[in-house]
Design a protein around this ligand. Structure first.
Ligand code: NDP
Length: 246
């Protein structure tokens, strides 16, 4: 038996980048996995196919994290298809890098709607079904705790909100045997933050390891937090950032 056998996980934004790596890793650990995506149905379907090809079970659900009805429906679909939900990974998120004074109100709303409101909506919906042993896992960011560069002001504020949401919620659901933790990546090579992009050089320089991380390195920590060995960890901000915040 693998460590997540008989567990059902929902990974939001699981079609590309960090979310896709998490979905594949949780499936490799034995979980049945649902992923959501916003736009790219082909990418979502290729994650499902790759999990199935490895002998796992998965579905993809179109659900924009900014649309509360769609997010609730995605949780319900996960539960009706697989019989429950044991692990929620709130991964869907976006950044719109530019100076604060240039950022529009619409852009601020978009970052908060996806990164904070969407996370709260998904979590509320999942908690209705979650039993003892449940795991709520946020994908925050190292910039939710410390900031090294200009250009990410509202984004870092959303991730700071995710951090305190994690800590606060852990106090409410601990008595139900549910843990709530915040995995905080540093610079990870994805479409959102390419290691070869304009913004990459200062980010790499801020790490102690002098490199970007990979989505699999984040997925490895999420896998641990999702599994039985993390049972006494809750309300924690677990940073996987190559030493950026050291
Ligand atoms: P990517 O942009 O590479 O991938 C984002 C994923 O989320 C895709 O599957 C995308 O699907 C989905 N997605 C995007 N917008 C929405 C939405 N509105 N609703 C539902 N799904 C959506 O991002 P990353 O993998 O880099 O980032 C994942 C998480 O990690 C985010 O929360 C981000 O803030 C966080 N993070 C990333 C870091 C990095 O350096 N990469 C560092 C720290 C934190 P689709 O293509 O269909 O839109």
């Amino acid at each position: 038996m693998s460590k997540l056998t008989k567990k059902v996980a929902l990974v939001t934004g699981g079609s590309r980048g960090i979310g896709a790596a998490i979905a594949k890793r949780l499936a490799a650990d034995g979980a049945t996995v649902a992923i959501t995506y916003a736009k790219d149905a082909n990418a979502a379907s290729s994650v499902v196919k790759s999990i199935e090809a490895a002998g796992g079970k998965a579905i993809a659900i179109q659900a924009d994290a900014a649309n509360a009805q769609a997010v609730k429906a995605a949780v319900d679909k996960t539960v009706s298809t697989f019989g429950g939900i044991d692990v929620l990974v709130n991964n869907a998120g976006t950044a719109i890098p530019k100076t604060f004074e240039e950022t529009t109100l619409e852009e601020i709303d978009r970052m908060f709607n996806i990164n904070v409101r969407g996370v709260m909506v998904a979590t509320q919906a999942a908690l209705k079904h979650m039993k003892t042993g449940g795991r709520i896992i946020m994908i925050g960011s190292c910039v939710g705790e410390r900031m090294m560069t200009p250009g990410l002001v509202p984004y870092s504020a959303t991730k700071g909100a995710v951090k305190m949401f994690t800590q606060g919620l852990s106090r409410e659901v601990g008595s139900r045997g549910i843990t709530v933790n915040n995995v905080q990546p540093g610079p990870i090579d994805t479409d959102l933050n390419p290691a070869a992009g304009d913004w990459a050089t200062p980010q790499k320089a801020n790490t102690a390891l002098d490199r970007f991380g990979t989505p699999d390195e984040v997925a490895a920590l999420v896998s641990f937090v999702a599994g039985p060995e993390s049972s006494y960890i809750t309300g924690a901000n677990l940073t996987v950032d190559g030493g950026t915040n050291a």
